[in-house]
Design a binder for this molecule. Structure first.
Ligand code: SAM
Length: 233
């Protein structure tokens, strides 16, 4: 209100209606984009050691080479790029790297955060033990630019989580540190969207302070409680 010189809420509402670009600025100010590469490393270690091998086992059983992942509320891109790094390594370890098709859809409501994400240039990067920066990034100025092979599988899309994206048969959904901003009724709706987008046996990962409780949990059962990893039943 102060930035636009409005005297009260009603005045501001009127202003937003008359100036559509102000709505965009409001959204960008209200959304909190705090994130980092491999945030909560123990969760990414669990993905590396347990979840990703389980996904590859499943693909082997059904004879598929498609890996489908959704990072919902991806902010400035560190989360989907961390996933791309993990899958990139997992594919390389298994050989036959040309056969696998990895598609990571990364969505957020904040277009400024997505702009940074698409740029793929970061001043701070922290990896998991055993990972070498130069394998995934080019050093550039004071920072690091994500290499093309890490960037290529990630597609950034502007999307409100309340709307269902056209994603089906996903193997893995990460929605971390996003649900806390929603009231319960909306959390239930979002979890239902995830349940529809995941294949049975697919994984859902929430943030460390988020849990699935009560009736909305019927589509999911805990797989690794400490890391907030659930499986679609
Ligand atoms: C704190 S960041 C979490 C980033 C990342 N998932 C992590 O855990 O490091 C929360 C993100 O959720 C996004 N967000 C908030 N409400 C949203 C909505 N309705 N639809 C899509 N994204 C939303 C914000 O723009 C912000 O980028």
């Amino acid at each position: 209100m102060r930035a636009t010189g409005c005297s009260d809420y009603l005045h501001y509402r009127q202003y937003v209606r008359q100036h559509p670009e102000e709505y965009k600025r409001l959204i960008n100010d209200l959304t909190i984009n705090v994130t980092e590469f491999f945030r909560d490393p123990d969760v990414f270690e669990a993905l590396r050691s347990w979840v990703i091998p389980e996904i590859f086992d499943y693909k082997g059983r059904i004879g598929s080479y498609n890996l489908r992942v959704w990072s919902a509320g991806c902010a400035t891109g560190e989360e989907p790029y961390s996933l791309s790094i993990l899958f990139h390594d997992a594919i390389r370890e298994r050989g036959l790297s040309t056969s696998w098709i990895l598609r990571i859809t990364a969505t957020d409501l904040d277009d400024e955060a997505l702009r940074i994400a698409k740029e793929g240039y970061y001043e701070n990067v922290r990896l998991l033990p055993g990972m070498e920066l130069d394998r995934y990034f080019h050093r550039e100025g004071k920072g690091y630019r994500v290499k093309e092979e890490i960037k290529r599988p990630v597609r950034f899309v502007l999307l409100d989580l309340m709307r269902r994206p056209p994603l089906r048969h996903l193997d893995l959904v990460l929605c971390r540190n996003v649900l806390i901003y929603f009231e319960r009724e909306k959390q239930v709706k979002i979890l239902d969207i995830f349940a529809q987008c995941l294949r049975s046996g697919g994984f859902l990962v929430l943030g460390k302070s988020e849990t699935i409780v009560g009736s909305e949990g019927s589509s999911f059962k805990p797989w690794r409680r400490k890391e907030r990893i659930y499986v679609r039943v």
